[in-house]
Design a protein around this ligand. Structure first.
Ligand code: SF4
Length: 328
């Protein structure tokens, strides 16, 4: 649930890996060191590795405090991420500590593309989290370049070394993610290199996934189930990467069968705001916003007729994008 005026707080959304996850956007815009083919947020127009307080800790924590003081659904984890690479925010360490004070006892997770993990300061800040979910899609340099389209000069050797260093000092849970695309990083060579790396890194878990929503580039195609199975078997994870069932769905307290105009307007804004972050299916959106799916479909049809959302098909399912080009 995203309250009006709380643009940096999103969800809680159902996360296959984490459960009911309240998201914090540490960037406020698409700012990243990569331009991944599969990115749900759209193209990275200007890549960077410069760390800055893109969203200052005081502002983000102030918004979180405001959100917590208004009625809100349950959540199980606070996840630092957003519209780009969260470790680029130089206030990340202060943000993690601030979240702990505001929601004591709730684990703090950080999603990262691993690109800055060779920086000791980044490792120190990341080590404050309870769960770190770094990505590593390919250890084959040509595949790494093709799938992640990194900022010029970024090296797999540094990323690999940084992850191994981080593992030595991190006492929390480390969950490596490998996203496989058909014909891009699905090679036997990649699987063999990843297998050796996983044996060395010894993460708590490895998640092999593929894209489930439209990506930034048309050549990004989901890997078929047999490829995913091959990677899962190779990386010894078969059962753990299965997504848990959604947590107790909370329903947004709107009488959607006969909604007041003002409430409908508020829900429309939340739908558009959520779709600006990433394309979603009606089912995913209903879970994220805590509303029933059928009336939401009527609202999506209405927004599509007005050109505000755009339905698109992927893998036999309909996803909705913002229709006004404001996806990133
Ligand atoms: S998927 Fe993540 S790492 Fe890749 S471009 Fe998008 S935000 Fe950056």
């Amino acid at each position: 649930m995203q309250a009006d005026g709380h643009g940096l707080i999103f969800g809680p959304v159902r996360s296959g890996r984490l459960g009911a996850s309240l998201g914090l956007d540490l960037l406020g815009a698409k700012i990243c060191s990569f331009d991944c083919l599969y990115c749900e947020v759209g193209h990275t127009r200007a890549l960077t590795r410069t760390r800055k307080p893109y969203v200052p800790a005081d502002r983000l924590l102030g918004e979180l405090a405001g959100w917590l003081f208004s009625p809100h659904p349950d959540f199980e984890v606070v996840t630092l991420g957003g519209m780009g690479e969260p470790t680029l925010n130089s206030d990340m360490g202060r943000i993690i500590e601030g979240v702990r004070e505001l929601v004591p006892g709730v684990p703090v997770a950080v999603l990262t593309n691993s690109s800055l993990i060779n920086d000791p300061q980044v490792r120190t800040e990341l080590a404050l989290a309870d769960i770190v979910l770094p990505s590593m899609d390919s250890l084959v340099p040509t595949e790494f370049a093709a799938i992640n389209k990194p900022l010029s000069g970024m090296s797999l050797v540094d990323i690999r070394r940084g992850l191994l260093e981080f593992r030595k000092c991190f006492t929390g849970k480390l969950c490596l993610e490998v996203l496989v695309l058909a014909g891009v990083n699905d090679s036997l060579e990649n699987l063999q290199r990843l297998r050796a790396f996983v044996a060395e890194l010894a993460p708590d878990r490895v998640d092999v996934v593929t894209m489930t929503r439209p990506g930034a580039y048309p050549q990004a195609l989901p890997a078929p189930p047999e490829t995913l199975e091959r990677f899962r078997e190779g990386l010894c994870l078969a059962t753990e990467s299965v997504a848990p069932e959604p947590e107790k769905a909370k329903h947004f307290g709107l009488a959607l069968d006969n909604p007041a105009q003002e409430e409908l307007q508020a829900l429309s804004m939340r739908v558009l705001d959520s779709l600006a972050r990433r394309p979603q299916s009606a089912q995913g959106l209903a879970q994220a916003l805590g509303v029933a799916q059928e009336p939401l479909l009527n609202l999506l049809d209405d927004l599509a007729r007005r050109g505000l959302v755009k339905p698109t098909r992927l893998g036999g399912e309909t996803f909705y994008l913002r229709g006004d080009g404001s996806r990133a």
